[in-house]
Design a protein around this ligand. Structure first.
Ligand code: SF4
Length: 326
């Protein structure tokens, strides 16, 4: 049986603003298994990035706060860790690749310098050892001339090369878990495929666990083992990639799949999901998706749907399945 490396239970992260309380993440559960990739999928503002920042202890407080739940890394509850211990875990054991490498990298230091400093800080390596490691990491992420690129500043690299450099930097301390937040959003389709290849290689050669955040359901089959679909800070559906793409059960997931572009068919316009994402300050009662759902029942306006098991490893939070086991 595959080991669970990260276990999230009933995680709730709220932001306390003048306009009211924003329930950005409101009671989510999931397990990330060793050497596997879990994709968090959903529209902007559904809580994907806040989930990642909560795991890393990077929620700005105020206004944000984790108000409840558990985040277990192996057997350690990160929410009970002293700040020093959490700082050591962050970067060294759990690292993050951000969407915008341009702003995540420091513009005044060369790429090589930034990796060397990380390795020295977290691994206590000598400058020489750290330089060797920096070159081998740049090579591992497919940078063809690592010695040359190590001397470049971030602005001297193309978007794709910057994203690779950012991945190399996140690997500098050999983390167990890599969280990638929309790492392919700002790159073209060819670079996107290359970046996905790098993540797949890391999963296979380093036995690394990946938490891959994306709004693009179209790429999860190329990288993911499991998918968690989020809506309004809650989980809508969780399943294996093939189970979810071939047999979506939640009306929201089905709508997301219908909206995927199909290059084999000429259409006048792409499908969209009618309506807008719910306000998280003043959310609708019951199922958050009910104002947009064409299958809504009376109960959907009143009661939050609990999880129902539709198949092994496939759970859906929808009243349409209330006849099934919980
Ligand atoms: Fe639609 Fe009701 Fe299911 Fe929500 S619980 S997705 S409103 S059918």
């Amino acid at each position: 049986m595959t080991e669970t490396i990260l276990r999230i239970r009933n995680l709730r992260t709220y932001f306390f603003t003048r306009r009211g309380t924003v329930k950005a993440v409101d009671g989510i559960d999931f397990d990330l298994l060793k050497s596997k990739c879990l994709c968090l999928v959903g529209e902007s503002g559904c809580g994907k990035t806040v989930t990642a920042l909560s795991i890393l202890g990077l929620i700005d407080s105020p206004p944000g706060r984790i108000v409840g739940g558990e985040i277990y890394y192996n057997n350690l509850n990160l929410l009970e860790c002293p700040p020093d211990q959490l700082r050591r875990i962050r970067g060294k054991e759990i690292a993050m690749v951000f969407q915008d490498a341009q702003s995540a990298l420091n513009p005044v230091f060369t790429i090589g310098n930034q990796i060397v400093e990380q390795v020295k800080l977290h691994l206590g390596a000598t400058t020489r050892e750290a330089k060797e490691k920096a070159l081998s990491l740049l090579e591992e992420v497919g940078i063809p001339t690592p010695e040359k690129v190590a001397n470049y500043y971030p602005h001297q690299l193309s978007g794709g090369m910057r994203q690779r450099a950012m991945i190399a930097m996140s690997l500098s301390c050999d983390p167990q878990i890599l969280i990638a937040d929309e790492p392919t959003t700002a790159v073209d389709v060819t670079v996107k495929a290359q970046i996905l290849d790098i993540f797949n290689q890391l999963k296979n050669t380093r036995q690394m666990s990946l938490l891959f955040i994306t709004h693009d359901l179209g790429i999860v089959s190329e990288i993911g083992d499991r998918i968690l679909v989020m809506y309004g800070g809650r989980v809508a559906e969780a399943a294996t990639v093939s189970g979810l793409l071939n047999n979506p059960k939640h009306p929201y997931t089905a709508s997301l799949i219908r909206c995927l572009p199909d290059i084999t068919q000429v259409k006048d316009r792409l499908e969209t999901i009618p309506g807008t994402v719910p306000s998280l300050i003043d959310p609708p009662g019951g199922c958050l998706f009910h104002p947009r759902c064409d299958k809504a029942l009376a109960i959907c306006r009143e009661e939050t749907p609990p999880p129902f098991i539709v198949a092994e490893g496939h759970t859906v939070f929808c009243h349409l399945y209330s006849h099934l086991e919980r």
